[in-house]
Write a protein that binds this ligand. Sequence first.
Ligand SMILES: *Cc1c(COP(=O)(O)O)cnc(C)c1O
Length: 395
Amino acid sequence: MYQNFQTYLQDELSKIEDAGLYKKERIIVSPQGSEIILENGKKLLNFCANNYLGLANNPKLIEAAKKALDTHGYGMASVRFICGCSDLHKELEEKIAKFFGTEDTILYAACFDANGGLFEPLLSAEDAVISDMLNHASIIDGVRLCKAVRYRYANADMEDLEKQLQMAQAQRFRLIVTDGVFSMDGNVAPIDKILKLAEKYDALVMIDESHSAGVVGKTGRGVTELFNCRGKVEIITGTLGKAFGGAIGGFTTGKKEIIDMLRQRSRPYLFSNSIPPLVAAAGSKMIDIMSETNELQDKLHENTDYFTTKMKNAGFDIKPTQSAICAVMLYDAKLSQIMASKLQDEGIYVTGFYYPVVPKDQARIRVQLSAAHNRADLDKCIDAFVKVGKELKVI
Ligand SMILES: *Cc1c(COP(=O)(O)O)cnc(C)c1O
């Protein structure tokens, strides 16, 4: 039996490879940080991690995790409602709610699960989901699992959203669903305008703050802070895997009854293991650090401004950004791959993206800034871009 299937898979895999879309893993042998060491011993400055605040190797988080290993052991060996809930899990849930100005929080093994388990317990065939076309794969999958009628609107396009909301008046409840930061361009969802339309057309609002929590807004409270809308959306989802320490875990935070219903009916919560206590403990520490000081956000915002300004001045075509994502537009797919590879030769680790990850003829290199980068790191990256950019006649 396997033989036919094997031939089929081999064919499909070579098609992926021929299209230049085959994904290879690069093996890192150091902690995640502004500088990483690859298996071959090569040192690179890392500009493609979601380690926006540099917390992935933060000594205080490591200490909190080690301490929890001693007091609470390694694993929970259970889902939450059987015997997988420790005081550390509850503490983190409360802290996340406080951070976002919401009423309650439910933890998941990942934000992919938070989004996967969000829609089906809340909405039925009588209801509507109105979703931004550029929303994350986990939102798309989560929406697929529920029976609500689906409407889609062009990325951050409020006219289109309004049209879809008018059509969705036929349904009982309406939920507008959006990423906070769209990860390929770095633009943010205009949540103030979305909330106005939600009020006008009687809809609920959900925002996924995975790329924005810790990053966007003066104190890193995310897109709702940036637009002065803290506490106004009904549902926020997010990850512990990006700015929030970079380990693992996701959450949904928002209105009390919504979170309560998720605890009763959300399948990834009911049928999947709890995050390890050490991750919960480090997560709590991470929120403490962010509540005490704004140093990391200030540094990140300063780094992002410095980098994008210098790159623009050097003549690069930079997508307008309101996050720590800086898309250097090249348009040509092949060029994006050549440029990324030449940058790696210069000691800079970045990734080139092209169709189908971004629209056709919109190839780019996505640079992700971090509070862990110092001025010398940024200058080295800019210098490498300028050198390679001139060589390839991009600037
Ligand atoms: C990264 C990301 C996720 C997935 O988060 P994990 O915790 O890694 O599963 C979900 N939504 C958005 C918008 C993301 O950027």
